[in-house]
Ligand binder design. Structure first.
Ligand SMILES: Cc1cc2nc3c(=O)[nH]c(=O)nc-3n(C[C@H](O)[C@H](O)[C@H](O)COP(=O)(O)O)c2cc1C
Length: 371
């Protein structure tokens, strides 16, 4: 049960679609020490559903891999947790934050913030039955008028929860307001188990400042990791790394190699990988250098992650291509990378960049981006 130590770590958040195995391996290569699965439905896992079981698959490179489940019933959660443990998970996490209708209507995800008694029973049973630690990922509450994460967390602590991650926004808020890090600090004061703070971290200096100000044991990275998976390395080294366009292409080409390894380098593999690869470029394209000067101060004034994408001044056509927010461009980049040998990736994208028509100035990037 012991041995799982979150102190000082940056945890890759559970990310549906984004937390696919090849992307998690990329994050590990770039410094992530704790990774998490996409959310898996406990009931489907318990019934042996193939697609759901695939979400539990861990790679040998992942030293500390947590499986996240969404469960509405205690017995499903215990069974799914046991299967996750058998398959090498280091811990199992209960999703109490998913806002989507499908999850909510089945009494799971963020609904758990309204069913703290069921959640407490679930944690109690899992802690008793499972050989691995149990964590929860909470939201601040269902809505702004029903912020209850502190009382829920206190209750769960009584039932043996190992750690509590808090995405400090309510279900209603989605991504419209910046995460409430004061609430994370309050949670740290209120419980003695480790708290993992989550929300709006895009740079290593924010990870440092947020951790110091809130006292949380660890930080969790969602969109920050999707936009710049090398953020883990920056946080570990407490140093800015602003990869050039060429260096970024090398990272994306490595991701393609990992996708090919996982899905196979054939037509079927390509079809499967293409469900992920262009989508990842809808996050990669949002990368901008955010040097400490002047962005450290600005990040405190405008902490909401999606407000921090300054226009770049680069004249390099490759930069222009990589920052293009349009779906058709992401598809073209993904295809070019898949077709190129790893050593030829930059040449292939420079050829694409040469024919690339820049995006209109009035294109609404934020409206297109996911939160
Ligand atoms: C594409 C995407 C998929 C997500 N999937 C999950 C999920 O499966 N389980 C979960 O608990 N949270 C999920 N989240 C929420 C993140 O884990 C995280 O709590 C949230 O994005 C806030 O962190 P950030 O500001 O660092 O992005 C998802 C977020 C995004 C952007």
């Amino acid at each position: 049960m012991t041995g799982l130590d979150f102190t000082g770590r940056a945890v890759l958040a559970p990310l549906t679609k984004g937390g696919n195995l090849p992307f998690r391996r990329l994050c590990v290569e770039l410094g992530a020490e704790i990774t998490m699965s996409e959310m898996a439905y406990a009931k489907k896992v318990a019934r042996g559903g193939r697609a759901e079981l695939a979400l539990l698959r861990k790679h040998a490179d992942e030293n500390c891999f947590g499986v996240q489940i969404a469960a509405g019933r205690v017995e499903d959660a215990v069974r799914a947790g046991a299967i996750a443990a058998e398959r090498g998970a280091a811990f199992v996490d209960i999703n109490c934050g998913c806002p989507i209708h499908d999850t909510i209507k089945r009494g799971m995800g963020a609904t758990m913030m309204r069913r703290p008694d069921v959640l407490a029973k679930m944690v109690e049973a899992m802690v008793k039955e499972l050989p691995i630690p149990v964590t929860v990922k909470l939201r601040s509450g269902w809505s702004e008028s029903r912020i209850n994460c502190i009382e829920v967390a206190r209750e769960l602590e009584q039932h043996g929860v190992h750690a509590i991650a808090l995405h400090a926004r309510s279900r209603e808020q989605r991504y419209t307001k910046s995460a409430n890090w004061d609430l994370i600090a309050e949670l740290v004061e209120s419980v003695s188990v480790p708290v993992i703070g989550n929300g709006d971290i895009l740079t290593w200096y924010e990870a440092r400042d947020r951790r110091a100000a809130s006292g949380c044991a660890a930080v969790m990275l969602g969109r920050g990791a999707l936009i710049k998976p090398w953020l883990f390395r920056e946080i570990r080294e407490s140093a800015t790394w602003e990869p050039t366009a060429s260096e970024r292409v090398a990272i994306y080409a490595r991701f393609v190699e990992l996708l090919k390894e996982h899905f196979r380098d054939d037509e079927k593999g390509r079809t499967r990988a293409m469900r992920f690869l262009p989508w990842h470029f809808s996050f990669f394209c949002r990368y901008r250098p955010l040097p400490v000067e002047p962005f450290e101060v600005r990040s405190r004034e405008h902490p909401l992650l999606q407000t921090r994408f300054p226009r770049t001044e680069s004249d390099d056509p490759l930069d222009r291509l990589l920052e293009d927010p349009r779906e058709e461009v992401h598809l073209a980049i993904a295809n070019a990378l898949w077709d190129a040998d790893p050593g030829e990736a930059e040449t292939a994208l420079r050829a694409l960049a040469a024919d690339h028509a820049p995006v209109d100035d009035d294109y609404d990037e934020v409206a297109v981006a996911h939160g």
